[in-house]
Structure formats: structure tokens, C-alpha cells
Design a protein around this ligand. Structure first.
Ligand code: RIB
Length: 292
């Protein structure tokens, strides 16, 4: 069983600041570093470090060789990543002393994921394989329809949320993963119980997961909700914590582990991730997912 992740690949420019810059202000960063990131790349690496067999499908520009290398270093199959003659996607990330972040993403080459590339990748998938996507590439809606028609298992983490993502066919999914902000936009609700009902209506045949940062996570299948508290750890940088959670949760689910086990393993991995700076670099291996 393989997981085909149709996802973004970004170069992250990370600025450590005492507080996130307020509107109209200019501040000086304490530190600047560059990391490999992108929700797609991060989730592929989380899956691979959890033990999954992963094929990454995406697009890089002339400056993206380091992104490919990062995937390969973790054993991700990069044979379906296309190179084009423009800039790769990148992100400008502020990380504050409290570990909060604010991110601007420029899609770059990620917006060139074509329908032909999606079709070619899906042709390589077999019954029982999973398709995973986020919302940082082109072609998401097309992919969901095609993957469903091919009878594949489908997981989607529609992040970052956009107006277009409100109309995606979530009814086709086997797994929908969202955070509080995404859930609010999708359902128009702010109370967790109502929000959860709304998500389950959008995705009636699948598992819905709602991540709540330091307040833990919830998962639901057929109206049955499970809760997972978050581990209390010192947060250095929350970047890629959600991606770590997604990758680990999907790996456990694809191994047919019980939902509570999926939640617990994903939470433990995310708790390790937030204790280190950077995106992909902070994602733990399965053997290192105990945070204390
Ligand atoms: O989820 C974290 C990621 O969001 C970063 O790596 C950045 O590239 C943006 O895509």
C-alpha cells in the first residue's frame, strides 16, 4: 500500500521575532534561517518518518533541488515531481518568542500541478492505495473527483482555507482533517459540537478530524466522537505541527489502527515537532515520538 501525496514544496524563509509584526509596524528579526517546507512536503516527510511508503506528486522550479533532496533523504519517491523553469513556491514565516507563527505563502511552481500530471500519477496507483492533498497546489478539485472515480482512498487537509476550498467535494473523502479556523470557515459555526456536526455532514462517509492545537484533537466516524488531549510541552515553533499530525494520523489509519490510537500517535508526534524550530526538520521519526 502506497500513499500518493499531491502536495506543495516550499522554501521557507523563517524570521524569529519577539512578537508577530502588527499592521503598519516595522520590526527587526532576531534571526533568519531557511528551511524546507510546504504543507505537502512536510506531510510526505511525516508519513515517511512514521513508516509509510510515499510517492510525492508536485512541481518545483529551478531553485527547488534542495526540496527534492529533502524528500529523497527520507525515502520518499520523487519520480513524479516535475521541474519547471520558474521559481519554486516559498513561504515567509514569522515565529514569535511564544512559538506562534504567521505565514505568507507564495505558490510559485505549486500552481503548475497540471491535470495531465495528476492523471499520470493516478494511473500508477493501485486499489488500496491512498491519495492525500492539501490546498497549496492547483488541481485539488480535479484530483478529488479523479481519485474517487479510480476507487482510491482519499484524505484531504484543505489548508490554507480559501473561498475555492469551501466548494470542494468533501463527500468523496475517506478522511477530512481541519483545524479550528478551517472548520469555522467550512461550517460557519464556532461551537465545537455544532462545528463537528457540520463537518460530518460535509463528509458523511469518512472520518473527520478536528485539531485544536494545545487543546488537543477530536475525531469522528459515523457520529461517534473521540477526544485526545494535547501533551503539555514548551512550544518553540508550531510550524508544521499540523502537518506532522496529518502525516502520522494517516499512516496509523492506513495501517487500520483504531481511531484512538491514530489520535494518540499523531498528538505525540506533533508534540515533539513543536519543540524544535523549522518545518520538515522538526518532524520526528516514529522511534522518537515520545515528547518527554
Ligand atoms: O504548515 C507549515 C507550512 O505552511 C510551512 O512549511 C510553509 O511552507 C507553509 O506551506
Amino acid at each position: 500500500m502506497r500513499i500518493f501525496n499531491f502536495g506543495s514544496l516550499n522554501i521557507d524563509h523563517v524570521y524569529r521575532v519577539s512578537e508577530l509584526v502588527p499592521p503598519g509596524a516595522t520590526i527587526t528579526a532576531q534571526e533568519y534561517r531557511q528551511f524546507c517546507g510546504g504543507k505537502g512536503l512536510n506531510q510526505s516527510i511525516a508519513l515517511a518518518r512514521a513508516g509509510a511508503s510515499v510517492v510525492h506528486v508536485g512541481v518545483i522550479g529551478h531553485d527547488g533541488e534542495l526540496l527534492l533532496q529533502a524528500l529523497r533523504d527520507d525515502g520518499v519517491d520523487t519520480g513524479m515531481v516535475r521541474r519547471i523553469d520558474s521559481a519554486s513556491g516559498h513561504a515567509v514565516i514569522q515565529v514569535s518568542d511564544s512559538g506562534d507563527n504567521a505565514i505568507i505563502v507564495h505558490p510559485g511552481a505549486n500552481q503548475m500541478l497540471s491535470e495531465a500530471q495528476i492523471d499520470a500519477a493516478l494511473q500508477q496507483a493501485n486499489t488500496g492505495d491512498w491519495v492525500l492533498c492539501q490546498n497549496e497546489t492547483s488541481g485539488v478539485e480535479y484530483l478529488l473527483h479523479k481519485a474517487s472515480a479510480a476507487g482510491l482512498h482519499i484524505a484531504c487537509n484543505p489548508a490554507p482555507m480559501t473561498p475555492a476550498a469551501c466548494g470542494y467535494p468533501y463527500r468523496l473523502l475517506n478522511l477530512l482533517l481541519v483545524n479550528q479556523t478551517e472548520a469555522e470557515t467550512l461550517t460557519g459555526c464556532i461551537e465545537h459540537e455544532v462545528m463537528l456536526d457540520g463537518l460530518q455532514q460535509l463528509c458523511p462517509n469518512g472520518i473527520v478530524v478536528l485539531t485544536l492545537g494545545a487543546r488537543g484533537a477530536l475525531a469522528c466516524r459515523h457520529g461517534q466522537w473521540l477526544q485526545q488531549p494535547a501533551q503539555q510541552v514548551k512550544v518553540i515553533d508550531s510550524t508544521a505541527a499540523g502537518d506532522t499530525f496529518c502525516g502520522y494520523f494517516l499512516h496509523e489509519l492506513s495501517q487500520n489502527e483504531p481511531l484512538q490510537q491514530c489520535l494518540q500517535q499523531a498528538s505525540e508526534a506533533a508534540a515533539v515537532c513543536v519543540q524544535q524550530a523549522g518545518a520538515a526538520v522538526s518532524i520526528p521519526r516514529m522511534s522518537n515520538t515520545k515528547s518527554s
